[in-house]
Design a protein. Structure first.
Length: 311
């Protein structure tokens, strides 16, 4: 039987099956491919498969050192994954001697992103990713309405409750909702309203949904994310970035300062460039800094798995 080597990697509990599908790697020509929706669902199934929030495929780079494809646990494809790119950078740096350099360039659906490696001996501890320019207009997110308009503190009704959201794309769409009630349960809100907002007609490609609370002092944000195609996850890198961008747009945080974003799985550190309100041609973007950890390595024949049902 042909087997597929993989590395199970997690970033703050957001876990992935990472497969190297570059030419010449074992399993690169396996059929059906692990990027096929049914195969990805089977691999990610937490009862009958490996268990993961998604499959990350390493492919030949177009401009960069490699390219990352993101297949969610439900078989859908995401443009970008912030925790995922740190995991891919870790696997590339640790497994490919030709790429053992201080900064790796990885092609994604959000463009070419630079990943600065912080390693001790042969182990990557953290990765700082230059996440690029956030997309702030409805046409870029995408979102219905005038294409050149920003959606800041936009009203939305989900079931029995109304919310105010700010929409941001970090290569994938996010609807960020700040909750000022100190006693509100962010996870309960995400579980109750995230599924409805994800498929709201405002977002033609669906959306990730963030429920956030800014702590006093503006340098810490508590966050729970309902991820498009996954549901509640322990951490979401692009969601953390989008949330800090939205906080800056709403005047809840200050650009140019590192903000600690506390997610259920741990903390990511996000810095939004001071030029957030400048002309977009001069906008330097967002940096995300956080860990990535190997869980285990193995090989599997996906054809032996029952059809995955996803999360």
């Amino acid at each position: 039987m042909a087997s597929l080597p993989f590395v199970k990697v997690q970033g703050l509990g957001n876990d992935f099956v990472v497969v190297d599908l570059r030419p010449g790697r074992p399993g690169a020509d396996l059929e059906p491919a692990p990027t096929e929706p049914a195969v990805a669902r089977a691999l990610c199934d937490r009862h009958f498969g490996i268990g993961a929030d998604g499959v990350l495929a390493i492919l030949p780079g177009q401009e960069g050192d490699a390219r990352m494809r993101v297949i969610n646990a439900d078989g859908s494809e995401a443009e970008m994954c912030g925790n995922g790119i740190r995991c891919v950078a870790k696997v590339l740096w640790e497994k490919d001697p030709a790429l053992r350099r201080p900064v790796l360039q990885i092609d994604t659906g959000a463009g070419l992103l630079a990943c600065a490696i912080d390693a001790e001996r042969d182990r990557v501890r953290t990765v700082a990713v230059q996440m690029g320019r956030p997309r702030l207009t409805r046409g870029e997110i995408p979102m219905t309405g005038p294409a050149g308009e920003r959606a800041v503190r936009t009203s939305l009704r989900a079931g029995d409750r109304g919310f105010s959201l700010t929409a941001v794309s970090m290569g994938n769409p996010h609807a960020v909702i700040f909750i000022d009630d100190a006693d509100a349960d962010l996870r309960a809100l995400a579980e109750s309203y995230g599924p409805r907002i994800e498929v709201d007609p405002l977002f033609p490609r669906r959306t990730n949904v963030e429920f956030a609370r800014v702590r006093q002092g503006q340098d810490q944000i508590d966050l729970v994310v309902w991820e498009r195609g996954c549901g509640i996850t322990l951490a979401c890198g692009t969601g953390a970035c989008a949330t800090v961008v939205a906080a800056c747009l709403e005047g809840r945080a200050r650009p140019g300062r590192e903000v600690a974003v506390n997610l259920p799985g741990g903390t990511l550190f996000i810095t939004v460039a001071p030029e957030i309100n400048a002309a977009e041609t001069g906008f330097a973007g967002v940096q995300m800094r956080g860990p990535a950890e190997t869980v285990f390595e193995a090989a599997i024949d996906p054809r032996t798995l029952p059809a995955g049902k996803g999360p």
